[in-house]
Design a protein around this ligand. Structure first.
Ligand code: AMP
Ligand code: GLY
Length: 427
């Protein structure tokens, strides 16, 4: 069978490597893919992830048997709806269901209506009303742009002045464009964060191994927010008891709510959770696999990924048992110096002749230059993942392998997993 994967980052590379394990897969096309993904798939750099017409035409003309739409933008734009109209089976939510990520006003109202635990909030489309609300709101407070904002639409404001500046940036300066036409102002929550990705066909749900992201650029969770500087799985805070509470109070109610709203969610639903003293609460939903969570979760998956994705599409997930390896995984992101602010591109990359069997490189931001050599082309360049029986070993192996890849300006956090290890010692 020929497969198509829409997207071109480390997450897509991890999905592609896993899909390739199925012997019935002949060719995987990545639209657009990237330089490193070209080692595992046929990349089509001319077709961007948002070029829906071109994606659908490509799928039809290349006899694609199954498509996976990974990034948020094409999902929100209706890529899955369009592929389905063209008769192509695919994995991912339709545009109506993707609103669970694409509109924070939608997702907050959904949680409120169906009693799903989340931070208390108010929504605004009028800037003066938002600023007025802030004069009496408790501090710290969280300001969120309604729409997709490349992960940059959230401000944790420690002062009223900072909160007001965030509101003005979104609604007056329009730094997020239309995504800031509406905003959510919500209560500040505290507690360990857990990411749970789950396969769901709208009714049945199969949570994957939990994970922990490291969003800030600097060691010790300092510096600017990034797309994610590293991940570990499983997340030690996510015990079996917590998982059961989440299933009963968050996961199943969310699926039921989406069905009741007439937009059942099929695909990978990402629950960004905070384990507060008052129980687990939803920080955010994503309508897709997380990046770089996928780079630690899928390497632990033992069941065939294509079989699972087809069961989601065919709504037969309840018939499937999904197996996970009992070990741990760690992913260290190699970034370009300066990321997430200004950074340079086009740096030649060097790789070791071979890698240990438990290590994988997931290419996120590189491309082939005129001579067929890999050069950096993005802020997050590469994810180095290691799988091992324990988290300690996985981290040691991921960091050792990270040393063997080089390019000018290579930047990485040195403390990925430290908090998870400390939590395990405390248990
Ligand atoms: P998001 O882009 O929605 O994932 O938010 C980015 C980060 O902001 C999250 O991973 C949390 O660390 C933090 N955050 C979001 N909402 C809240 C909240 N209500 N209270 C505290 N931290 C939050
Ligand atoms: N790692 C967070 C996300 O994918 O949104």
């Amino acid at each position: 069978m020929k497969l198509l994967v829409v997207g071109g980052g480390g997450r897509e590379h991890a999905i592609i490597k896993k899909l390739k394990e199925n012997p019935s897969v002949e060719t995987i096309y990545a639209l657009p893919g990237n330089g490193g993904i070209a080692q595992d798939a046929v990349c089509i750099p001319e077709i961007g992830a948002k070029d829906l017409d071109k994606i659908v035409n490509f799928a039809k003309s290349h006899n694609i048997g199954f498509a996976v739409v990974a990034p948020d933008d094409p999902l929100a734009l209706g890529c899955v709806d369009r592929l389905h109209e063209a008769g192509i089976p695919c994995f991912g939510p339709d545009a109506k269901a993707a609103r669970i990520e694409a509109s924070k006003v939608f997702s907050k109202n959904l949680m409120m209506k169906y009693g799903i635990p989340t931070a208390r909030y108010a929504t605004f489309t009028d800037m003066e009303e938002a600023l007025d609300y802030l004069t009496t709101a408790p501090i710290p407070i969280v300001i969120k742009a309604d729409g997709l904002a490349l992960g940059k639409g959230v401000t944790i404001a420690m002062t009223r002045g900072e909160a007001a500046r965030a509101v003005r940036a979104a609604m007056e300066d329009r730094v997020f464009g239309d995504s800031g036409n509406a905003i959510v102002i919500e209560e500040y929550l505290e507690g360990p964060e857990v990411s749970v990705l789950a396969f769901t066909d709208g009714t049945a749900i199969r949570p994957m191994v939990s994970s922990m992201d490291h969003k800030r650029a600097g060691d010790g969770d300092t510096g600017l927010n990034t797309g994610g500087m590293g991940t570990v799985a499983p997340n030690p805070y996510y015990t079996a008891d917590v998982a059961q509470v989440c299933m009963d109070t968050i996961f199943l109610p969310t699926l039921a709510a989406m069905r009741a709203e007439g937009c059942p969610f099929k695909g990978c639903l990402y629950f960004g959770l905070m384990l507060t003293s008052d129980g687990p609460k939803v920080i955010e939903y994503n309508c897709r696999f997380g990046d770089p969570e996928t780079q630690v979760v899928l390497p632990l998956l033992k069941t065939d990924l294509l079989t699972i994705m087809q069961a989601v599409e065919n709504e037969t997930l309840s018939d499937l048992d999904i197996e996970w390896s009992g070990g741990s995984a760690a992913c260290v992101i190699l970034a370009s110096g300066g990321y997430p602010s200004h950074y340079e591109k086009g740096k030649a990359m060097t790789f070791p002749a071979s890698l240990p069997a438990n290590v994988a490189l997931y290419h996120a931001g590189d491309k082939l230059d005129g001579q067929g050599r890999l050069v950096t082309s993005g802020g997050r360049v590469l994810g180095v993942t290691a799988v091992a029986p324990t988290l300690n070993e996985a981290l040691a192996d991921a960091y050792a392998a990270a040393e063997t890849v080089d390019y000018e300006g290579k930047y990485l956090r040195r403390d990925i997993g430290r908090r998870a290890l400390a939590a395990m010692e405390g248990q």
